[in-house]
Design a protein around this ligand. Structure first.
Ligand code: ADP
Length: 331
């Protein structure tokens, strides 16, 4: 019920609603309205109460509330269900536990992670609550070899969402890092369960540094990592709200997911290329057996990176280590 009060106040913002109007609309007593207002205040909503004019919403807290996020989310699949946890080991682990019994597009959000992971079993620093930690459970009808496209599509969605919510231009380092001025602001970890021919589900894990200051990161990341707020402060820009960014991410993910299901691979790859900070740069590739340097030329239809090696040979890379000169401390 308090969320109905909140929605009503949002509708008239920056105007007032009197206690009487609210009590009529909700069909509860004015004392009950007053009680809901107080509960909202406890959640961090700043609400002014004037004895003559009524109540007015001044500002909203920067928290993620699954119900509020779902309230007027204009998506068709992503966010079909949203679950929020204050703390989890890893949103991807939680998502995999839930995947069998939850609809396509379910989103798991967490305030912090005690065991956030990156690719190849690496750690994703996420225990301080300054980030956005989320996993999306997807059940696309695509062959397993196309799952890499989901990672590319997600990178496109996140760069677009950062632009929508914060007005800044991030770039993509192949295949899955989102970069602001050479520092990593977001990592994506895609995991899947599949049979030979079909995908059972994909868990798309997204970790975004949102409000951490540089000193909040461990020493070894301080010249490689940045948060959205830190970056905006450096540029003298007005901060954006966490919930707003999460909402934009869900909307943009929904958009690229639909593109993927409609078979619009080429559109996704074309947008990805435009956002890429890898193509055209010198790269160092370290594989399981051999390492080499060269120039990143292109990306194939299914998301492989094409590298022209220094010995003149063209190679297509599916996954592995690619350092890009000038990014994340590689000089
Ligand atoms: P990679 O960038 O090597 O492909 P991942 O995307 O899986 O790997 O991310 C894991 C790596 O990202 C870690 O090894 C670490 O160097 C870096 N990292 C960990 N936590 C953060 C963070 N919060 N912000 C930026 N970079 C991080």
């Amino acid at each position: 019920m308090k969320y109905i009060v909140l929605e009503a106040l949002k509708e008239v913002k920056p105007g007032y609603l009197s206690g009487e109007q609210l009590s009529r609309r909700l069909e509860v007593s004015r004392t009950a309205v007053w009680k809901y207002i107080n509960e909202l205040k406890l959640e961090g909503y700043e609400i002014e109460a004037s004895s003559r004019k009524g109540y007015r919403l001044l500002s909203e807290p920067d928290i993620l509330d699954a119900r509020l996020l779902s309230a007027d989310l204009a998506t068709s699949v992503v966010g079909s269900k949203i679950l929020y946890f204050d703390e989890v080991d890893s949103t991807n682990i939680r998502a995999k536990e839930l995947a069998g019994n939850t609809p396509d597009g379910t989103v798991i959000l967490a305030g912090r992670q005690s065991a956030g992971r990156g690719r190849l079993g690496r750690k994703w620093e996420s225990d301080d609550g300054g980030g956005i930690y989320m996993s999306v459970i997807l059940k696309p009808e695509i062959p397993p070899e196309e799952v890499q496209l989901i990672t590319l599509a997600a990178s496109v969605a996140i760069v677009s969402a950062i632009k929508d919510a914060a007005g800044i231009d991030a770039g993509i380092k192949w295949p899955n890092d989102i970069i602001l001025d050479g520092r990593k602001v977001c990592g994506i970890l895609t995991e899947m369960s599949s049979e030979m021919e079909r995908v059972n589900y994909v868990v798309l894990g997204i970790g975004i540094n949102f409000s951490q200051e540089l000193g909040d990161f461990p020493e070894e990341l301080r010249n490689k990592a940045v948060s959205i707020s830190e970056y905006m402060e450096e540029k003298g820009l007005k901060p954006c709200k966490k919930a707003e960014l999460v909402r934009s991410i869900l909307v943009r993910l929904d958009e690229v997911y639909r593109m993927l299901l409609e078979g619009r691979k080429n559109d996704i790859i074309a947008t990805w290329k435009n956002m890429s900070v890898t193509i055209g740069r010198d790269v160092a590739v370290s594989g399981r057996e051999v390492s080499y340097t060269g120039k990143a030329l292109d990306i194939t239809e299914d998301g492989r990176l094409v590298v022209l090696c220094e010995n003149g040979i063209l190679k297509e890379i599916i996954s592995g280590e690619v350092s890009v000169r000038g990014l994340l401390g590689y000089v």
